[in-house]
Design a protein around this ligand. Structure first.
Ligand code: 5AD
Ligand code: SF4
Length: 483
């Protein structure tokens, strides 16, 4: 799941975890939504492994099916509803099969889910996963079980996630949970609770452990990584004078010190909190990847105000200017919402003009979807007609496609240091990996292995992928390359 507050990779939605160690009972775990959800699923797999559950990729042999769900837009929830319909057949074939809903939809709907979806046995919110062994026991005893308590402290800090879903090269590390921003369109504060940061030592330890196991890239995850803080309270007062204060800039410094061959990415930044200090740390170190996902949502200051984003168009563009000043080559991506409450055609035009000004490498673009309990649902009318939302979204997507193509073309022709991730999706004779800018590069396999760094001269491209060939380090050194 490349990116989302997440960067959201549609291609991985609903993907199941691979088989792990042997256990008595079999768990089939499916994840939807943002990277945080995929990362949580690895924590869930770890907690349930302790309780004797081994994950399986084969749905048919499962004793327990868990869907880790997303509520961000109505269509995300509809997908889960359809999936549940489909699971009815499985339950008919195996009456002992238990089905559980985890994640944001569980948190949002709670017991209501048990009433609405008869085949659901278990509903567990994002802060209650430690309770899973007990809840699963209850369910096995024939009862229904629910725990949707949110926590102010839970970060699952010391739980070792079971890494099951990739080739052992890239991994996610969750550094904080929840969100205190209260963007008026967003359901996350309701589903994931208050913001809390994880102990930096446990984060660094996890990064070290991953590096020792052969991983070469970690993505630090949080709803708003720029407000990561340790040993300092919400008002900014130091808690323990004897201990250092760690904010996001220091955390990145610490994690990138694990090894210069460990690439570090992060997601998601918030324009109102992104400091120059973070940018300066990024600029200093080659293993801090030159890529920032900076969701803008709208290019119009009045719309941003109604969205409660805490910044104006000018502020946002100043942050972009800071990125360009400190890291002239940094790639930037964004999230955009089309047709928010009260958005006029002119205000939509302001989003397009901002996109032209920034020229994003990539963007995730959505139609506004009203969510229950949010500020926007209570205060504003969802008054842009569906068809008009669609028209605006299409304009936004078309413009972004132009910019993406332009950006890929501009990157073509250089030599990049690439972290080899594995076989290309389209051609098993080729490998794929990314450059520091997060652009995918495909090249003939040669004599290299996933998890290694190699130099690739790019010679060709499609709209979002570069193509090239391996070159020797000496050649890269002589001609110059991008680290
Ligand atoms: N409708 C449409 N898009 C939304 N997002 C969040 N809430 C909504 C909503 N109610 C988008 C934002 C956010 C991304 C993860 O999802 O652009 O950055
Ligand atoms: Fe992730 Fe939950 Fe937000 Fe979906 S609603 S994107 S799962 S935090």
């Amino acid at each position: 799941m490349r990116p989302g507050h997440h960067t959201i990779d549609e291609s991985r939605q609903g993907e199941a975890l691979q088989s792990s160690a042997v256990g008595e009972r079999k768990l089939y775990l499916e994840s939807y939504g943002c990277q945080m959800n995929f990362s949580d699923s690895e924590i869930v797999a770890s907690i349930l492994a302790e309780a004797g559950y081994a994950t399986t990729k084969n749905e048919a042999e499962a004793d327990l099916i868990l869907l880790n769900t997303c509520s961000i837009r109505d269509n995300a929830e509809q997908r889960i509803r359809h999936r549940l319909q489909h699971l009815k057949g499985g339950k008919r074939n195996n009456p002992k099969l238990k089905v559980g809903i985890l994640g944001c939809m569980a948190e949002r709907l709670r017991d209501q889910l048990l009433e609405e979806e008869k085949l659901v046995d278990l509903v567990v919110g994002p802060d209650a996963y430690r309770d899973l062994p007990r809840l699963v026991d209850e369910v096995e005893g024939g009862q229904k079980a629910v725990n949707t308590l949110l926590s102010r402290e839970e970060t699952y800090a010391e739980i070792q996630p079971v890494r099951l879903d990739d080739k052992g090269v890239t991994a996610f590390i969750s550094i904080m949970r929840g969100c205190d921003n209260m963007c008026s369109f967003c359901v996350v504060p309701f589903t994931r609770g208050r913001e809390r940061s994880r102990d930096p030592q446990s984060i660094v330890a996890e990064a070290r452990d991953l590096f020792a196991k052969g991983y070469r890239e970690v993505t630090l995850l949080g709803q708003n990584v720029d407000s990561y803080k340790w040993n300092v309270d919400a008002k900014g007062n130091v808690k323990d004078e004897g201990q250092p204060v760690v904010r996001f800039a220091q955390l990145m410094d610490l994690v990138s010190d694990v090894d210069s061959d460990l690439r570090v990415r992060f997601s998601t930044s918030h324009p109102k909190d992104m400091t120059d200090e973070v940018l300066e740390v990024m600029a200093r170190k080659d293993n801090l990847c030159k890529y920032i996902h900076l969701p803008v949502q709208s290019g119009d200051s009045d719309v941003l105000k109604r969205m409660n984003r805490g910044y104006t168009r000018e502020w946002y563009l100043d942050r972009i200017a800071a990125i360009r000043r400190i890291m002239p080559d940094c790639a930037i991506s964004t999230d955009v919402i089309a047709g928010f409450c009260g958005e006029t055609v002119e205000q939509h035009g302001a989003t397009l003009s901002l996109m032209r000004e920034v020229r994003y490498e990539m963007a995730f673009m959505f139609k506004y979807s009203e969510r229950p309990r949010t500020l926007a649902e209570r205060k504003f009318e969802d008054d842009v007609p569906e068809e008009e939302k669609g028209r605006r979204l299409t304009e936004i997507i078309q413009l972004q496609q132009e910019h993406s193509k332009e950006r890929t073309a501009a990157q073509c022709g250089r030599i990049y240091r690439v972290l080899v991730e594995g076989p290309s999706k389209k051609n098993a004779e080729e490998f794929q990996g990314r450059n520091t800018y997060n652009t995918m590069i495909v090249f003939p396999k040669g004599d290299v292995e996933p998890g290694q760094y190699h130099y690739v001269r790019t010679t060709d491209h499609t709209s979002i992928t570069l193509r090239g060939e391996l070159v020797e380090e000496a050649v890269a050194q002589e001609e110059g390359f991008i680290a």
